[in-house]
Design a protein around this ligand. Structure first.
Ligand code: UDP
Length: 241
């Protein structure tokens, strides 16, 4: 199948290095300490953060740092075919672990010893790149909860189809069977905290594809900064009223 037209456009009309439209909203779950909805095109996820709070299972408590829990789940209605098991399957367990490790890289864990932070990420609408969208939503939700972080961690994926590197794959491109590289980046520190790939690529092409995902992460970081600044202005305005 041709994923790029002779005019150089993808199936959804994007250019190869173009990201889907980003949208975000902070403070969407009133009971949570921090929350956010993050959209990358038709992929839409919700993140809710609770904590730092008392450790629920005392045997897991750490005296020198905070314990971070993360749960990824997909709503039954998030995909075309009904999802029987929203969480607890191998894929969800793996993604929960990957997101937890990525978020731990930016949380200043030593500042909150003997406590626990719970991060819940739920996919509301899935169209490829849900783990990236969840990491971006979790970053916003952690910032909303006032959790100290050394940088904003952001994520984006890229792939390689029809001999062309493509940024931010949607479901149709993701399921084409080509390589899919997901990167998590601490943009200010210029550190990669997550790198996953589900196929083989020659090293020179891999470097291009990965670099594209890194650029995507930087673009997401700029967007997230804007959203956080807007949110701070709104809060200041409300306080001044
Ligand atoms: N997907 C689905 N049902 C599932 C799992 C995945 O429809 O049970 C779709 C969904 O659109 C997802 C895509 O397959 O975004 C790619 O899934 P993958 O495991 O590669 O993770 P993701 O790209 O979402 O991080």
């Amino acid at each position: 199948m041709e994923y790029i037209s002779p005019e150089g456009l993808r199936l959804d009309g994007r250019r190869p290095m173009e990201m889907r439209q980003l949208r975000a909203q902070i403070g969407t779950v009133s009971k949570a300490d921090g929350s956010a909805v993050f959209e990358m095109g038709n992929t839409k996820v919700l993140a809710a953060v609770y904590g730092p709070r008392e450790v629920q299972n005392r045997s897991q408590q750490m005296n020198d740092q905070v314990l971070v829990h993360c749960q990824y789940s997909m709503a039954n209605f998030s995909t075309g075919d009904r999802k029987r098991k929203p969480r607890g399957d191998r894929r969800s367990t793996e993604i929960s672990l990957v997101i937890r490790q990525t978020m731990e890289a930016c949380i200043m864990r030593h500042l909150m010893p003997r406590s626990q932070i719970d991060i819940y990420v739920q996919v509301l609408q899935a169209d490829g790149g849900t783990r990236s969208a969840c990491i971006n939503a979790a970053t916003l939700a952690l910032a909303d909860a006032g959790i100290p972080m050394c940088d904003l961690v952001t994520s984006c994926s890229s792939g390689y189809l029809n001999s062309t590197p493509l940024l931010d794959l949607n479901y149709v491109e993701d399921s084409a069977g080509g390589p899919d590289v997901t990167v998590g980046l601490l943009p200010k520190l210029d550190k990669v905290t997550l790198l996953q790939m589900d196929a083989k690529l020659p090293i020179d092409i891999f470097e291009n594809v990965m670099q594209l995902a890194v650029e995507g992460c930087k673009a997401v970081a700029n967007y997230i900064r804007e959203i956080l600044q807007e949110n701070t202005k709104k809060l200041e305005y409300r306080r001044g009223q």
